[in-house]
Design a protein around this ligand. Structure first.
Ligand SMILES: [Fe+2]
Length: 379
C-alpha cells in the first residue's frame, strides 16, 4: 500500500494573500506564468493575483474540458518565454491545463504524446495550484485530464512529478461562486469521495479521507448553495471536503461515474460536475450488489439508521438522487444527447482507464443499461 501527496498544502480563508511568499520563499521561482479562464478573469480574481504577483504573465484562454490544441499552442510560447513556475488559477480545467503545461514546458512535442503514466522524460516545471471551485481535487492529485480534439477522447496524463509543488486552498475564493457552480462542483467532489471509497484500489487511508469528505460535503453543500457569501463555515467545510476527496481518489481511483462523465465531456462538452451528478445514483444502483455492505457503512456515517445493509444502501442512493434534485441539477434528457449516441458513449466509457477500478465489473452492455436507465428516469 502506498499513499502519496507530496504537494505542500496551504489551507485557510485569506491564504491567497500569501501567494507571493509561497512563490518566492518556498518554490523560489522568479518568472511565473498564470493559466486561467475567462470566468475567473470576470470575477476580478486575476487582477487581484496580478497585484500580489508582480510581473506574472496571464494566459486566460483555457476552456471547459481543456483541449489539446489550446495546450499545445500555449506550450510553444512557453518554450520561448522559459518561465520557472506555472500557476493554475480556477476550477479543474485551468488546474489540469497548468499541469499539462508544466510538463510541456520542459518536454518536446505535443501533449498527446504524454498520455498515460510517467511518459515525460524531463521533470515538469514547478506548478502552483489555486482552486476557485469546490470540486476538482486536482490541487492534490498527480493527474491532468486533457481532451484530445482529434480523437474526441479525454486523456489522462499522470505521474508523481505532476503533483503541484504547492497548493493554496483558500475557501474565500469560492465566496462569490454562483449557486449552479457550487452545486455541480460540490457534487463532483462528492462523487470523488464516494467513488474512491467504493473503488477496488481503496485502502484504509483513502477510506478515512473519503468518509470524512462525504460527511463534510453533505453537511455543507445545501447551505453553501443557498448563501455562500455569508456562510464562512460551510465554505470552509466544502473546501475541506473537496480536498480530502482529492486525497482519497488521488490514491485509489474513481469508477464508472467518471468513465461516463469523461466520455460525454469529451464528446459533447458537457460540464464535468453536471455529468457526474446525473450518473452517480445510477452507477451506485448498478454497483450496489457488489459492495452493499461497504455502501451501507458509508450510508450510516451520513446519519442513515437502517440496520439492514440493503435498505441502508438504497436510502443512501435515494438521498443523493433527492439532493441533486433539490440543487436543480439537470436530468440526462436535458443534455440533448439521444439514445443513438449511447453505443459510442458506452464504448468510450468501457475503454476508460478507471473502468477496471469499478467494484462491479462492467462491459459495454452494462454501460448501455446504465445510460438507458438514466435516460428513462428523466421522463
Ligand atoms: Fe471529477
Amino acid at each position: 500500500m502506498q499513499f502519496h501527496m507530496p504537494a505542500r498544502l496551504y489551507f485557510g480563508s485569506g491564504e491567497i494573500q500569501n501567494i507571493d511568499k509561497v512563490i518566492t520563499e518556498y518554490i523560489k521561482a522568479k518568472k511565473s506564468i498564470l493559466v486561467t479562464d475567462k470566468g475567473v478573469v470576470a470575477s476580478g480574481l486575476v487582477e487581484r493575483v496580478k497585484l500580489l504577483v508582480p510581473g506574472v504573465k496571464i494566459y486566460d484562454q483555457i476552456e471547459a474540458n481543456p483541449k489539446s490544441d489550446t495546450i499545445n499552442a500555449i506550450a510553444r510560447e512557453l518554450r520561448e518565454i522559459k518561465p520557472d513556475l506555472i500557476i493554475g488559477l480556477g476550477g479543474g480545467s485551468p488546474l489540469d491545463a497548468g499541469k499539462a503545461l508544466a510538463l510541456l514546458a520542459t518536454n518536446p512535442g505535443n501533449i498527446e504524446a504524454y498520455e498515460g503514466r510517467e511518459k515525460y522524460v524531463q521533470d515538469p516545471l514547478a506548478f502552483l495550484a489555486v482552486p476557485t471551485t469546490c470540486g476538482t481535487g486536482s490541487e492534490v492529485t498527480w493527474v491532468s485530464v486533457i481532451t484530445d480534439v482529434d480523437r474526441k477522447f479525454k486523456m489522462s496524463i499522470k505521474g508523481p512529478k505532476l503533483y503541484p509543488a504547492a497548493s493554496i486552498v483558500d475557501p474565500d475564493l469560492i465566496r462569490t461562486l454562483p449557486g449552479p457552480v457550487i452545486a455541480s462542483t460540490g457534487l463532483d467532489a462528492l462523487t470523488h469521495a464516494v467513488e474512491a471509497y467504493l473503488s477496488k484500489p481503496a485502502t484504509l487511508i483513502t477510506d478515512v479521507n473519503a468518509e470524512k469528505a462525504v460527511g463534510l460535503i453533505l453537511g455543507s453543500i445545501e447551505s453553501a448553495w443557498e448563501d455562500i457569501e455569508n456562510n464562512r463555515e460551510q465554505r470552509e467545510n466544502l473546501m475541506y471536503g473537496s480536498t480530502l476527496a482529492g486525497f482519497a481518489f488521488g490514491n485509489s481511483d474513481v469508477t464508472a461515474v467518471h468513465c461516463i462523465s469523461e466520455s460525454i465531456g469529451a464528446l459533447y462538452d458537457v460540464a464535468h460536475g453536471i455529468a457526474n451528478s446525473i450518473f452517480l445514483p445510477h452507477v451506485l444502483e448498478y454497483n450496489r450488489p457488489a459492495c452493499e455492505e461497504k455502501m451501507a457503512v458509508l450510508a450510516r456515517k451520513t446519519g442513515i439508521r437502517n440496520s439492514d445493509d440493503s435498505g441502508a444502501a438504497r436510502e443512501f442512493i435515494e438521498n443523493i438522487r433527492q439532493l441533486s434534485a433539490r440543487l436543480d441539477i439537470p436530468v440526462f434528457r436535458d443534455l440533448n444527447i439521444g439514445p443513438d449516441q449511447f453505443e459510442l458513449i458506452a464504448d468510450m466509457s468501457f475503454r476508460n482507464n478507471s473502468n477496471p477500478s469499478n467494484p462491479r465489473s462492467l462491459d459495454r452492455e452494462d454501460y448501455m443499461n446504465i445510460l438507458e436507465n438514466a435516460y428513462k428516469s428523466g421522463e
